[in-house]
Design a protein around this ligand. Structure first.
Ligand code: ADP
Length: 281
């Protein structure tokens, strides 16, 4: 990434939310390691429970889950089907609310926010990637990526927005497909568009629910590699759910669920939550 583009991303000039400056006021640190070493919690779940009513019974989808995700991490939430992965992503994405417990996103307790504040948090802090891509069929690649920018309160500066969108198109390797509609793209290409779209408002966190589920394994791996590259370059926190062990292997922080509880929470440097400096067991 060129210096000017990176600075622009850091500053969030007109095209979206300003990214918080790292301590010392120099903007985002040069390396992801530097960022992670700050150990700044961007997501915190404290004894979170989610119970869904189901007819005359209840489903206990999440049963007392606590964990911390630090800024700049590349996290896999894994576990078998029905273990609570999507429920947890929906809670982090402020799409759903916990039955009890605390969910904090960028230091804000989500249950204390009004609908308006939640909408603003979702728009400025969170980007979403879905397993079925969810692109708008009548819009081309450029327009699909641009779309979230047009939903914000602030009107982005056109020239800066164009430069940023073109940068993202290049970053996801779709320069030759700028004018293509989703139906003219492969599944992997559509997911690349969805990744660029998730990043267009410069969120601190990108959430991806089974982003490779509808892709063959080779394409799935290339999508995860692309997400990791962008995680490294932009220092955006990526949180994705998967049950594919090959994809889990790429993550630098793995949270494993079984029947709605965390059975493993490990960082690739070997530090488990609760053992390392600055952790919050
Ligand atoms: P995963 O993403 O790991 O497959 P989910 O979070 O989707 O798991 O689901 C966890 C449990 O909660 C499952 O038993 C599922 O059937 C149940 N569940 C999820 N959403 C709802 C809902 N809206 N209503 C009732 N039960 C639900």
């Amino acid at each position: 990434m060129t210096g000017s583009r990176k600075e622009r991303y850091d500053e969030g000039v007109s095209t979206g939310a300003a990214r918080p400056k790292a301590e010392g006021g120099r903007g985002v640190p040069e390396s992801r390691d530097a960022c992670v070493s700050e150990r700044q919690a961007i997501v915190e779940l404290i004894d979170v429970r989610k119970v869904y009513p189901l007819g005359k019974t209840e489903v206990h989808a999440v049963r007392g889950v606590s964990f911390t995700i630090e800024k700049g991490e590349f996290i896999s939430i894994t576990g078998p089907s029905g273990s609570g992965k999507s429920t947890i992503l929906n809670l982090i994405g402020c799409i759903d609310t916990p039955t009890s417990g605390v969910v904090k996103i960028a230091g804000k307790e989500t249950s204390s926010l009004s609908d308006k504040q939640l909408t603003a948090l979702r728009h400025k802090t969170l980007g979403f990637i879905f397993q079925s891509f969810n692109l708008i069929p009548v819009l081309d690649v450029y327009e699909n990526i641009e779309f979230p920018l047009l939903l914000g309160k602030e009107r982005p500066d056109k020239a800066e927005a164009r430069e940023w969108i073109n940068f993202l198109i290049e970053a996801v390797g779709l320069e030759a497909y700028r004018k293509h509609k989703p139906s003219e793209l492969s599944g992997g290409q559509q997911q690349r568009v969805a990744i660029a779209r998730a990043l267009v408002c410069k969120p601190d966190i990108v959430l991806a629910d089974e982003p490779t589920a509808n892709l063959d394994s080779k394409t799935g791996k290339s999508i995860i590699e692309l997400m990791k590259k962008l995680n490294h370059e932009l220092q955006t926190t990526f949180i994705f759910s998967t049950h594919d062990p090959e994809i889990v292997a790429v993550a630098d922080h793995v949270i494993r669920l079984l029947d709605g509880v965390v059975v493993e929470d490990v960082r690739r440097n070997g530090i488990r939550q609760g053992e390392g400096a600055g952790s919050r067991a």
